[in-house]
Ligand binder design. Structure first.
Ligand SMILES: *[C@@H]1O[C@H](CO)[C@@H](O)[C@H](O)[C@H]1NC(C)=O
Ligand SMILES: CC(=O)N[C@H]1CO[C@H](CO)[C@@H](O)[C@@H]1O
Length: 413
């Protein structure tokens, strides 16, 4: 059983919302997304894990609870600053980092309604279909994340976007496996199943979409039999999900290298290889595309499994991982654009954008300060997007290609 999206009602709701709020930007709004299928969609991974200092694992700071000053390197775990001008003030807090314009840098709290609302408005303005929300194993009791899931549902319905849940299994170790399956099933049944009734929750073939991320990625942690146990338990859960498997970029080699993992992958509805790592500049990306993406697409076609590549605007984790690392490079957007172009060449089932809001790894596509707007301090060193770019340049770039990807599949979104 699934519910198709009431397109006309949602579109009317959007117009109504714009009228009441007033001052909405003059952009051509994309009409409501049809959440009843995945085909031809551009979906982003969504973390939503930023909190204010002192509110648990806030993901901005390493020293939890402290607001870093300009002379305290090592306190932050991000290299790029969000551009916060479109978020409501009540969702922001002020740090001691002095920006070149003498103002103090502000950061946002993800579980603030105005942040989630702004993010979904940006998706609508840029023809992005929706998100896969990363739900970390081991944090199912976090009330602020349950609150966030409700905020996501509300905003997705308001702006006619779509969403589904992605379990991030990377915290699981086989050494401590006894409670894993019951805990996942309990969360799915009690916390996720109620969201599935939303007209914005993604479905395929009449089943709610659920991603399981982390199969075969760290083989020392999660064994193949444990992957199989998780897969089979959830695949037969009620409501019965359509399963996207997040696997390592070199998953196809497991056919001969690790057949016990490979046999689990073969049961997936969609294979979504993780591709952050094996390439990091336009040249190495082109090689990866030729040697890995094209054969992956052909192999999944032969196997009768759908294929969804991951693409990223770049990465940089110097302040998070240590001062020895260089800051990353986005190559003036050309690196991302090369991946977006090949998305059109390959015409995969859907595209996974890594990531919407992941500042700690600098893979975010959302509004980011430019190089001349970040603190000039050498240590910690900060990175900006290129001067002259709109703060939302990368999201807009993805949106322009999303429109062409939709046309390619001839789906109306
Ligand atoms: C966000 O979550 C934290 C707990 O992590 C909570 O203290 C805070 O009140 C929440 N913020 C909002 C705006 O609800
Ligand atoms: C493709 C692209 O984004 N090109 C830009 C690279 O950066 C310069 C400024 O540094 C811009 O003028 C280009 O438009």
């Amino acid at each position: 059983m699934f519910i198709t999206f009431p397109k006309i009602i949602a579109a009317a709701a959007v117009l109504f919302a714009c009228n009441v709020l007033g001052g909405a930007p003059q952009v051509a709004l994309s009409t409501a997304v049809d959440a009843s299928h995945l085909q031809g969609k551009v979906l982003f991974g969504y973390q939503g894990f930023f909190r204010r200092p002192g509110q648990g694992n806030d993901h901005w700071m390493i020293k939890f609870g402290e607001i870093p000053g300009p002379s305290t390197p090592g306190d932050v775990q991000f290299d790029m600053f969000p551009a916060v001008e479109q978020y409501p003030q009540e969702c922001l807090f002020t740090t001691n980092f002095l920006l070149p314009d003498r103002s103090k840098a502000q950061l946002f709290e993800s579980n603030c309604t105005g942040v989630v609302d702004t993010h979904f408005r940006w998706m609508q303005e840029n023809s992005i279909d929706g998100i896969l929300v990363q739900r970390f194993y081991g944090q199912f009791e976090d009330a602020s994340f349950l609150q966030l899931l409700q905020q996501i549902r509300t905003a997705a319905e308001k702006y006619g976007r779509s969403f589904a849940v992605e379990y991030d299994l990377s915290p699981i170790a086989s050494s401590d496996f006894s409670n894993v399956v019951p805990s996942l099933l309990n969360d799915y049944t009690h916390n996720i199943a109620p969201l599935i009734t939303s007209p914005a929750y993604l479905h395929q073939d009449g089943r709610p979409v659920l991603e399981l991320w982390g199969f075969g990625i760290d083989k020392n942690k999660l064994s193949a039999p444990d992957c199989a146990a998780i897969f089979h338990a959830l695949r037969s859960a009620n409501p019965n999900p359509y399963v996207v498997l997040g696997v390592q970029w070199d998953w196809a080699f497991d056919r001969t290298q690790n057949p016990d993992y490979y046999n689990v992958y073969l049961q997936a509805d969609v294979i979504q290889p993780w591709a952050v790592g094996p390439y990091n500049d336009p040249t190495s990306y082109e090689g990866f595309y030729q040697r890995t993406s094209i054969p992956d697409k052909a192999l999944t076609d032969r196997l009768g499994i759908k294929y969804a590549p991951s693409i990223t605007p770049g990465g940089s984790a110097r302040n998070r991982e240590g001062k020895g690392k260089p800051l990353g490079n986005r190559y003036n957007g050309s690196y991302y654009e090369a991946q977006l172009k090949h998305m059109l060449d390959l015409k995969p089932f859907f595209v996974f954008g890594a990531m919407f809001d992941e500042f700690p790894e600098s893979s975010q596509v959302i509004a980011t300060l430019t190089q001349s707007e970040v603190p000039p301090a050498a240590n910690p060193g900060f990175l900006g997007i290129d001067d002259g770019m709109d703060h939302n340049y990368y999201l807009q770039l993805a949106g322009r290609y999303a429109v062409r990807f939709h046309e390619l599949w001839q789906v109306s979104v």
